[in-house]
Design a protein around this ligand. Structure first.
Ligand code: 4AZ
Length: 526
C-alpha cells in the first residue's frame, strides 16, 4: 500500500502465497515521520526491494551461519502481507538487500538514540526540578546556613559538629536572656537556662568568650522563681573542672535538671551603658554635650563623615550594612570616637581591621541592615568614649518607650550634614502600627523597629545611618536599634526605621565569637 505524503516514500508490500497468513494485528508497521527522513532526490519509480520480514532485519543471532540470511524460524512465509515504509535513497535502487538492511538498521539506531537522549533530558529536567523543590521544601522549619541553600535539622545546631561551611551552626550557642541576663546554652537546637550548681570562673570566661568578649566581669545567681516563665522551662547543670575555656554546649557533664540549688546563673562580660562624663545639669536644645552619647562614633569614608555607629566593645563598632556595603575595604574607613564637633580637631581616630555585614543583606532590599567594624586596636574607655550595652535576648522594649537618636546627619531632608552632634527623643512605634497602609504598608520586617512620631517633625536623616537608637533602662543605656531607613525625614506617617538589635543578637555574637576564637588562638603559645 502506498501512503501518500508530501514527502515521497516508497511503500513496499510483499504478499506471498502462504496459506498460514498471520492475523492482521500481527502486521508490523514501522512509521517514519517526515522530519526523520533525509532530503533526497526522488526518482519517479517505486522502490520495491526484496526485503524479508521485520524479524528478519533484526539483529541476527550470533551463531547464525549467515547473518545476512533471514533466520529460518522468523523468515516471512510467502503470502504474508508486510507493509514497510522506507524513504528512497539516491542510488539505492540497484543496491543489495544487505545494503538496504544496513541503511535501515542505521536509521533505526539513530532514531532510538534520539529517543533515548530525549528521555534522558526529560528525566534530568524532572530530577533537577524535584531536587530544587526538595531543597526548598527541606529548608522549611530547618536551619539554613547564612544566605546559602545549605540547610539541616535544627537539632544539629550546636551539636559539636560543624554543618555550615563558615561554622556558624556552632557559633552563637550561648546567650544572655531576660531582665536579669540569665545565661542560656543551646545544645542540639534546644535552649536551656544554666543552674548555679558547679558553676565556676572557667565556665564564666568560656561563656563570655562564646559571646565574643575577651573577659568576664562577674557572675551571680538569682532564684529560679524570679526569672521569666519561658526561661524556666528547660534547666541544665554543667560540670566542668578543666582549667581551659571550652564551648559550653560541648561540656561532657551536661544534664537536664530541676536546679537543686533553686538558683540560676547570670553573667556580665562588659561594663557598658554608663555615661561617667555626662552632666545632667544641661537640658534642652538638641546639640549634644561631650560624654552625653559616649558610644556614638563617626565613620569617615575617604576622610568624610558618611555614617554613624555605636561602640559595643573595645574592638567592635556596630553600624548599618548599607553604610559599608560595596565599600568593605577596611583601609577606606576611619572611626572617630569621643567627639561632638566636626571637623575633628583633636578627636581620637582608629583604623579598621575588618568589616562584616549580614550575609542576607542586599542593597536592593531593606532587611538585615547590620554590619560590624573590627578596630585595628582596642579603644581605651575614658568617659567620653564608652560602650553601650546590647540588650538581652527576649528583652522587649514597649511601644511608646522613649529612646534617643543621635548623629551628624542632615537637619532637613536632603540638607547638609550637621557640624555638631545632635540628638532627639523618639518614641518606639509597634510594628503593627508601622505596617499600617498609610505608614509603611507591610514593609516592616522582624529585623526592623520603628521610632518617631506619626505626626512627623522629629526624625533621623541622611548621615545618621548606622547610629544608635538608645534606651535608658534604669541607669544602663541599651542599644535598641541602628538607624536604617525611612521615607524622607520627619514626614507625617513616615517615622524612622531602625535595625532591631534584639533580632540581630545571635548574628552579632557569632561574628564576635569567630574573631575572639581567632584572636585567642593567635595569642595561645603552641
Ligand atoms: C539616610 O539616608 C536616612 N528618616 C536615615 C534615616 C532616615 C532616612 C534616611 C529616616 O541615612
Amino acid at each position: 500500500m502506498i501512503t501518500a505524503s508530501s514527502f515521497p516514500i516508497a511503500i513496499q508490500e510483499l504478499r506471498t502465497e502462504d496459506p498460514e497468513q498471520p492475523d492482521p494485528s500481527q502486521i508490523e508497521v514501522v512509521s517514519v515521520t517526515e522530519e526523520d527522513l533525509p532530503k533526497v532526490e526522488t526518482p519517479n519509480t517505486l522502490n520495491v526491494s526484496p526485503l524479508g520480514s521485520c524479524a528478519a532485519i533484526e539483529e541476527p543471532e550470533a551463531d547464525s551461519p549467515n547473518p545476512t540470511e533471514p533466520h529460518p524460524q522468523t523468515s516471512r512465509s510467502p503470502g504474508m502481507p508486510i507493509t514497510k515504509v522506507q524513504p528512497f535513497i539516491d542510488g539505492e535502487s540497484g543496491s543489495s538487500e544487505e545494503d538496504l538492511e544496513k541503511s535501515w538498521r542505521t536509521r533505526m539506531l539513530a532514531h532510538r538514540t534520539e529517543l533515548l537522549i530525549a528521555v534522558c533530558l526529560v528525566t534530568l529536567i524532572v530530577l533537577t526540578l524535584c531536587i530544587g523543590l526538595g531543597v526548598g521544601l527541606s529548608c522549611v522549619g530547618r536551619y539554613r546556613c547564612g544566605s546559602s541553600s545549605q540547610c539541616f535539622s535544627s537539632s544539629a545546631r550546636c551539636d559539636g559538629v560543624m554543618h555550615c561551611d563558615n561554622e556558624e551552626d556552632e557559633l552563637g550557642c550561648v546567650r544572655l536572656s531576660g531582665r536579669s541576663s540569665v545565661l542560656q546554652v543551646q545544645r542540639r537546637g534546644q535552649w536551656s537556662t544554666v543552674c548555679s550548681e558547679d558553676w565556676n570562673k572557667i565556665l564564666s570566661l568560656s561563656a563570655c568568650k562564646q559571646l565574643g568578649y575577651s573577659r568576664f566581669v562577674n557572675s551571680f545567681f538569682v532564684s529560679v522563681t524570679s526569672i521569666e516563665a519561658d526561661l524556666r522551662s528547660s534547666l541544665v547543670s554543667l560540670n566542668f573542672s578543666e582549667s581551659h575555656a571550652i564551648k559550653l554546649q560541648n561540656v561532657k557533664s551536661y544534664s537536664k535538671t530541676e536546679c537543686s540549688s533553686g538558683m540560676v546563673t547570670t553573667l556580665k562580660c562588659l561594663e557598658c551603658g554608663s555615661r561617667p562624663q555626662h552632666s545632667t545639669r544641661i537640658v534642652g536644645g538638641n546639640s549634644s554635650r561631650p560624654g552625653q552619647f559616649p558610644w556614638q562614633v563617626s565613620l569617615h569614608f575617604r576622610s568624610e563623615h558618611l555614617c554613624g555607629g555605636s561602640i559595643i566593645t573595645s574592638r567592635w563598632i556596630l553600624t548599618a550594612a548599607h553604610c559599608v556595603f560595596g565599600f568593605n575595604s577596611p583601609s577606606l574607613w576611619t572611626v572617630y570616637v569621643g567627639l561632638t564637633e566636626q571637623p575633628l580637631d583633636n578627636a581620637q581616630s582608629l583604623a579598621v581591621q575588618s568589616i562584616v555585614h549580614h550575609a542576607r543583606y542586599k542593597d536592593t532590599a531593606l532587611d538585615y541592615d547590620i554590619a560590624l567594624l573590627k578596630l585595628a586596636k582596642p579603644l581605651v574607655f575614658n568617659g567620653f568614649v564608652e560602650p553601650i550595652c546590647l540588650p538581652n535576648s527576649g528583652e522587649e522594649f514597649a511601644e511608646g518607650s522613649v529612646c534617643w537618636i543621635s548623629g551628624w546627619g542632615a537637619t532637613e531632608d536632603e540638607g547638609e550634614a550637621s557640624v555638631f552632634l545632635r540628638s532627639a527623643k523618639v518614641a518606639l512605634i509597634s510594628t503593627k502600627t508601622c505596617n499600617r497602609p498609610e505608614v509603611y504598608r507591610g514593609l516592616i520586617s522582624p529585623w526592623m523597629i520603628c521610632a518617631g512620631y506619626l505626626e512627623g517633625g522629629v526624625d533621623s536623616c541622611q548621615g545618621d545611618s548606622g547610629g544608635p537608637l538608645a534606651f535608658e533602662d534604669g541607669s544602663v543605656w541599651k542599644l535598641v536599634g541602628a538607624t536604617s531607613w525611612g521615607r524622607g525625614c520627619a514626614l507625617r506617617n513616615k517615622p524612622g526605621v531602625y535595625t532591631r538589635i534584639t533580632q540581630s543578637l545571635r548574628w552579632i555574637h557569632q561574628q564576635m565569637e569567630r574573631e575572639e576564637a581567632h584572636t585567642s588562638a593567635a595569642m595561645t603559645p603552641d
